[in-house]
Design a protein around this ligand. Structure first.
Ligand code: ATP
Ligand code: MG
Length: 398
């Protein structure tokens, strides 16, 4: 398999780091295929399958960020007869009745006796002679056979599959994703991963007000995101006591704002401990009372850490489309109570004032409560969703 990097190839000096990260991610995605070998080079990566199932390898590569496109390729020796035979076999396999084709050769290894034009002619003629209903179309061929002559061999390929694009997960550093059970935050996490962020999920859980199913739902959502990074660390924060104290101490109209501020403080503390560089959430401007600019200002005031809001300017429908694409939507719409809704009044303030909020908070020792919550966090490693694994096992059988 020949992998093209796309955007990361513009990263100058950092390129090596990006390629290394991508190679690690590819390796992890193929870890149950021990025969596979990976060679990351400056301008492309080769995956030598060594007999591993091609279809399975293709499925594994598709979600990996940092890959612009990839092609299944055949490698033969630097020998014209071998190239001819391989070319014919590939086109025979790929062409459809009365189809058209073209050969696009490139010779970076100058010692090969034919230049790229000569290869095009020689191989084109050989293929045409041997497949009856085939014609040449240089502008818009049905099958484009690329032949890449390199020192290490000749690579032939006639299929290009689009990759997931983006940057390799981990190449932009680590951030904490505030993951609820809703539609927006998993999408936000996915979009951050797409730009190379390694995410750790933080989920606030308030038993007995929120159920075991609500927690499981968040874990299942994290498992969907693990598809893009191999696994996701998930921190489950016990939030009941803080919510109860807020309910007792804070005026009803700003309970939601204070609740959000506490969530953000805890997330930021965790970020610091885990060497994260940012916080990601699923806020979308104007969607609900906590997501007006006034609310964001009052909530955000507890930290100077960058907060990345990948869906901030998207409409709900746009977010839903992505949620469907990444297969989180059906999970997200399951009806389990989220901790944020349990004590919030029917009409929370949409324009909370920061000085008032700080004043209300000042009568309670929230620091101690936050420390206690942090001490009792449950951290788990969430692996790629089980349904995905079952699919892979079936692929093995065939
Ligand atoms: P979502 O669909 O992501 O739940 P939402 O539209 O329901 O978003 P809110 O409930 O206001 O919006 O939450 C805004 C953001 O706050 C969420 O996107 C998420 O990042 C964070 N958040 C909310 N509840 C939790 C929770 N229980 N645990 C962790 N983060 C949460
Ligand atoms: Mg929510």
């Amino acid at each position: 398999m020949l992998i093209r990097y796309g955007e990361l190839s513009t990263k100058g000096k950092n390129r090596k780091q990006f390629v290394t990260k991508l190679a690690q991610n590819v390796k992890r995605a193929m870890q149950d295929l021990p025969e596979v070998r990976i060679h990351g080079e400056r301008d492309r990566m080769y995956i030598i399958l060594n007999g591993a199932d091609y279809q399975l390898a293709e499925e594994r590569l598709k979600p990996i960020f940092g890959i612009q496109s990839f092609s299944p390729a055949v490698r033969v020796n630097l020998d014209l007869e071998e190239v001819k035979a391989a070319a014919l076999a590939l086109v025979q396999d790929a062409h459809e009745e009365n189809g058209t084709f073209k050969v696009a050769a490139r010779r970076s290894h100058r010692e090969f006796p034919l230049d790229s034009n000569e290869i095009n002619q020689e191989i084109g003629a050989h293929v045409l002679q041997n497949i009856e209903d085939l014609t040449v179309n240089v502008k818009n061929p049905d099958v484009k056979l690329t032949i890449d002559v390199r020192k290490e061999g000749v690579f032939l390929s006639c299929r290009t599959i689009l990759g997931a694009a983006g940057l390799p997960v981990g190449s932009s550093g680590r951030a904490m994703l505030m993951l609820s059970g809703g539609i927006d935050s998993p999408v936000a996490g996915y979009l951050a991963q797409k730009r190379g962020v390694e995410i750790e999920a933080v989920h606030f859980h308030s038993p007995p007000y929120t159920s075991e199913q609500a927690k499981q739902k968040a874990i299942d959502l994290a498992a969907k995101l693990a598809k893009y990074s191999g696994q996701v660390q998930m921190h489950i924060v016990p939030f009941t006591e803080i919510q109860e104290v807020i309910k007792q101490q804070i005026p009803e109209s700003v309970i939601m704002t204070v609740t959000r501020r506490m969530m953000l403080r805890i997330t930021d503390e965790l970020r610091r401990k885990r060497n994260g560089l940012a916080i990601v959430n699923g806020e979308s401007l104007g969607q609900v009372a906590s997501q007006t600019l006034e609310s964001m200002l009052a909530i955000n005031a507890v930290t100077a850490t960058p907060i990345i809001r990948p869906v901030v300017s998207m409409d709900k429908n746009e977010i839903i489309q992505i949620a469907q694409k990444i297969d989180t939507y059906n999970l997200s719409v399951q009806p389990f109570e989220d901790c944020c809704t349990i004590f919030t009044p029917p009409s929370p303030k949409t324009k909370p004032k920061l000085d008032k909020i700080e004043h209300y908070e000042s009568f309670t020792d929230f620091d101690a409560l936050i420390t206690k919550a942090l001490d009792n966090i449950e951290t788990i490693s969430v692996n790629i969703a089980e349904t995905e694994q079952v699919k892979d096992e079936f692929a093995d059988l065939f």
